[in-house]
Design a protein around this ligand. Structure first.
Ligand SMILES: [Zn+2]
Ligand SMILES: [Zn+2]
Length: 547
């Protein structure tokens, strides 16, 4: 895909150069001084390339403006650029100014390319416009920020054209002379400013799979790497362009109001998006890479029929091994001796952990398999300790790839809600939902909450802290971020719950202990003493530790 884009830019550039050549200008001149030493005739133009910097002319005294001047920075047709003007100028008060002349305003000693703030006309600011090689611009670009202290100002532009600069001074025209002598400026100016154009990547249209099987639904996402300020303007918007004589693909969900499109792909082709408007004024018609239609596809199936398994480190329950059947199938069935490469990735934020780091994905018994004489190879997936979703992908040369989700989850957990006499505490940004448990645990805790409330004469509620996270599995506190050795050794199966005891009186403490002991036996209560004193309560446990 990269190669295709590079070639097409080179093609556009070649056209542009050819056009300029007719106008007698050498192409290399158009693109400014060749400071990098690379020949502009090589197809090396790429995203991020910088044209310039070129100096922005100035006078060395305050009273001389600069009229429109070409920077020699050429912009390729259709290509987006960030134009950047940088550098600060020094203004030095002329000590030999005529003593009897009108007083001069006070100026800061340095000024950025936006110009002085003392007047709305922003004197000594650099103005930038797009002209041609020989014609000055008829308007100026809006560059940000506009304050005199900013060391650089920038804006987005789109070719074709040539960047020109000018520097108005109004009203900083102070100068004087005495007895017909030489003109003396109010200030002397030093320092330098430059202008450059940085090429921006065109919008991308990215399919979520490629190659695909006929009839696959493919999602295409529109991305602009350098801006979030874009939309699809008036016109056709999303369009499927077949690469064959048939056109039987179907656009499913392709509104101009959204930056993705789903297509049922039935033949080789690509998607084009017409009139993508970026930063208010740059327009593009980006296209996706060509989506190939393959006659075979990789399949990843679970022997049990369900792509779900419990977290590991559970003392055997539930099983943390998932046997996967890997194949490459054509219309006539599995293809023998196919090589399939597999990858797994944890999908952050899916099982109740919000750590902002990649969830550990577990492990596959092999990352590359040969499907052998039967056309089906078995691979064993072993889950990690944490609940969540795993992305598994299989690719095989010439076949449509497969992408499936394996759910790592303790089944059957429900959330203890803050309601009635249940007071829940302890959620954090890392584990925003921390009260998941088995139905038996939930009813036990609710009964305890009600009984305790009555015991205190309807005045006080027990505080229920950590149980399990949404999908169960290792509940990592101190440290978090997927530490398998963190505190909370149990709390994985929805069978344990922490209840704050440090706020209870001795009588209340003893009442809770005896109530739970009476219901769930000695294995049901673990007493943690000390600064964070709490009861660790268990339901449905027959062994310790009760994960
Ligand atoms: Zn966590
Ligand atoms: Zn606990």
């Amino acid at each position: 895909m990269t190669a295709i884009i590079t070639v097409s830019w080179w093609y556009r550039r070649a056209l542009f150069c050819a056009g300029i050549a007719l106008a007698v200008y050498a192409c290399s001149d158009l693109f400014g001084p060749d400071s990098s030493g690379k020949s502009s005739l090589k197809p090396s133009f790429a995203v991020g390339d910088v044209t310039g910097p070129q100096p922005v002319p100035r006078s060395d005294r305050n009273d001389i403006p600069i009229a429109w001047t070409s920077s020699s920075i050429g912009l390729l047709p259709g290509t987006g650029y960030r134009v950047l003007v940088s550098g600060r100028l020094n203004f030095e008060f002329n000590q030999h100014y005529c003593p009897n002349s009108p007083g001069r305003p006070s100026l800061p000693p340095t000024v950025g390319p936006a110009g002085f703030d003392l007047d709305v006309r922003k004197p000594w600011g650099v103005r930038v416009g797009i002209g041609t090689q020989t014609t000055a611009p008829s308007s100026t670009l809006s560059l940000q920020p506009t304050t005199e202290s900013a060391p650089e100002i920038s804006g987005f532009v789109q070719g074709p054209g040539v960047l020109w600069v000018k520097r108005p001074i109004d009203p900083l025209y102070w100068s004087c002379s005495e007895n017909g002598g030489e003109s003396r400026p109010g200030w002397f100016v030093s320092g330098s400013q430059t202008i450059q154009a940085i090429e921006l990547a065109p919008p991308d249209v990215v399919p979520d799979k490629n190659p695909v099987s006929p009839g696959d639904t493919v999602r295409f996402d529109l991305h602009v790497s350098w801006s979030t300020n874009f939309f699809i303007g008036s016109g056709t918007g999303w369009r499927w362009v077949p690469d064959t004589t048939t056109n039987t693909s179907t656009l499913l969900s392709c509104s101009r109001l959204q930056n993705f499109c789903k297509v049922i792909v039935r033949e080789r082709g690509h998607v084009e998006v017409q009139n993508v408007v970026v930063e208010g004024g740059l327009t593009f018609n980006p296209r996706s890479p060509i989506v190939e239609v393959a006659s075979s596809r990789v399949r990843i199936q679970s022997q049990s029929g369900v792509l779900a398994v419990g977290p590991s480190a559970m003392k055997g329950q539930p099983d943390s091994l998932l046997v996967l059947a890997i194949s490459v199938e054509s219309n006539s069935g599995p293809i023998a001796n196919s090589v399939v490469d597999l990858t797994i990735d944890g999908i952050e934020g899916t099982g109740g952990h919000q750590h902002g780091v990649t969830m550990p994905p577990g492990a596959l018994s092999s990352l590359s398999v040969n499907t052998g004489p039967t056309g089906v190879a078995n691979v064993t997936y072993t889950s990690g300790a944490f609940g969540g979703n795993i992305d598994i992908r299989g690719t095989s040369t010439g076949a449509a790839s497969a992408r499936e989700t394996i759910v790592i989850r303790v089944p059957g957990l429900s959330e203890l809600m803050e309601a009635g006499n249940v007071d829940t505490i302890g959620w954090t940004t890392l584990h925003p939902s921390n009260h998941w448990g088995t139905p038996a645990m939930l009813s036990g805790l609710t009964a305890l909450a009600d009984a305790y409330f009555a015991f205190t004469g309807n005045t006080s509620k027990l505080q229920f802290n950590d149980m399990s996270v949404v999908f169960g599995g290792k509940f990592d506190v101190n440290p978090a971020d997927y530490s398998t050795t963190a505190e909370h050794d149990e709390h994985r199966l929805g069978k344990s719950a922490d209840i704050r005891s440090k706020t209870l009186t001795a009588a209340q403490y003893e009442w809770v202990r005896r109530w739970w002991l009476n219901e769930y036996g000695a294995l049901g209560v673990l007493e943690h003493k000390g600064t964070n004193a709490h009861f660790h309560l268990r339901v449905g446990c027959t062994v310790k530790p009760c994960y």
